[in-house]
Design a protein around this ligand. Structure first.
Ligand SMILES: *[C@@H]1O[C@H](CO)[C@@H](O)[C@H](O)[C@H]1NC(C)=O
Ligand SMILES: *[C@@H]1O[C@H](CO)[C@@H](O)[C@H](O)[C@H]1NC(C)=O
Length: 378
């Protein structure tokens, strides 16, 4: 019979054994388990509820039901890929309907679609009224929101109810490339409205080689710095815009290069709200863009927004450099359009327009305030 003392000694040994370092097989097993857990499949809204332990997320084809929204919040550095189309049933949910909120994400849509079923909402009134569209509580929330930061590529955003992609990234730099926003079906009956392609309120963002077919701004930069918009193809909409700039918002350090804009109301705009204060725009450079088929203004720099070319405000200065340099930006406007219009209430510095070559239409109109426009043809 073992004594009580020897039993206690055995128990103590057992405790020691448990606390010994794990052997090889235990380590391997736990590694395998971690790796398994790290790959997560999103095939429903519920399955995306907690992706915080997922370093790889695979989104399969499914439909997000009415009344629900989807958030992809995976582990830092996660790869997120799509293996099928995501479709959104008609909803009265506030946008965004899908949010990517992952630090250092590598998102690849595999050229699958995110389908917003816009035709179920489009009534020609956009976000100004009519059918409730998923956007209202956060301006520009739209169909998709990019938060976190990283790389977003290779997806087609089809038929957004109103604004398509809102870029609100932070914490690191972001590259968006090879994304198509196709709202061209909204041209029919002029039903698509406020269907912005990319609304950017973020810094350190490059948007490259994207295609936008829509009925409003191809890109609108509402605030931020260190932004490059390059090699985009925009059609049917309102061109590439800085703004509209509201009170408290600034945009600086933007390069807009090698984009092609066709069949649009405007080509390139800087639009500052007439009533904006404590705000401003500076350091905007346009190079080697190709713009044609413009119905209203080839280039419009306005401090009278929402007017096109009206009575400017003075609370949000536009300051040099505002430049067309580094490769000619060619602009061809329609017969009743202006090549260039500037309405400044508070502008300053020398604006090098030597790389602007604008032709057609009814000519230009310039109220430059203290800015000096040098070079260019328009
Ligand atoms: C696995 O076991 C071998 C042999 O006992 C040892 O050399 C090696 O360091 C162990 N590896 C790990 C990861 O513990
Ligand atoms: C989410 O998952 C992680 C690990 O994958 C876990 O640690 C955490 O507790 C989960 N959170 C909730 C709210 O379930």
């Amino acid at each position: 019979m073992p004594t009580l003392t020897s039993l206690l000694q055995l128990a103590a040994l057992a405790v020691v054994a448990v606390s010994l370092p794990t052997d090889n097989s235990t380590i391997l097993a736990s590694r395998t388990e971690t790796a398994k857990r790290a790959t997560c499949t999103v095939s429903s809204v519920a399955s995306a509820a907690n992706l915080s332990g997922c370093s790889a997320v695979v989104i399969t084809a499914f439909t997000v039901p009415s009344g629900q929204t989807l958030t992809i919040a995976a582990a830092s550095g996660a790869t997120v890929t799509m293996t099928g189309d995501l479709t959104f049933a008609k909803t009265t949910s506030a946008g965004p309907l899908i949010t990517f909120d992952t630090k250092n994400i590598v998102f690849n849509g595999g050229n699958h679609k995110i389908n917003g079923n816009g035709a179920m909402y489009w009534d020609g009134q956009g976000t100004n009224g009519g059918v409730t569209k998923p956007h209202p509580f956060v301006k520009y929330a739209g169909l998709i929101k990019f938060k976190g930061f990283g790389t977003f590529q290779s997806v087609t955003v089809l038929n957004s109810p109103a604004h398509a992609i809102s870029v609100g990234t932070s914490g690191g730099s972001t590259t968006i490339q090879g994304i198509t926003v196709d709202n061209s079906a909204g041209d029919s009956g002029a039903l698509g409205h406020n269907t912005d392609g990319f609304d950017i309120s973020a810094s350190s963002v490059t948007v490259s080689k994207c295609v936008v077919k829509n009925q409003d701004d191809c890109v609108a930069i509402n605030s931020g710095s260190s932004i490059a918009i390059q090699d985009l193809t925009c059609s049917g909409g309102h061109g590439i815009s800085i703004g509209s700039i509201a009170t408290g918002k600034t945009v600086s350090g933007v390069k807009i290069s090698r984009n092609t804009i066709t069949n649009s109301m405007y080509g390139l705009r800087i639009k500052v709200n007439a009533d904006a204060t404590n705000a401003g725009v500076s350091n905007i450079v346009y190079e080697a863009n190709t713009i044609s088929g413009i119905a209203k203004y080839g280039v419009l720099i306005s401090q009278s927004y929402p007017s096109d070319n009206g009575t400017p405000g003075t609370g949000a200065p536009i300051t040099a450099p505002i430049a067309f340099t580094g490769g000619t930006t060619n602009v061809a406007v329609s017969s009743s359009a202006h090549t260039l219009a500037i309405d400044c209430g508070a502008c300053s510095g020398t604006w090098d327009f030597s790389g602007l070559h604008a032709t057609g239409g009814v000519g230009h109109s310039i109220v430059a305030n203290k800015a000096v426009i040098s070079g260019g043809t328009y």
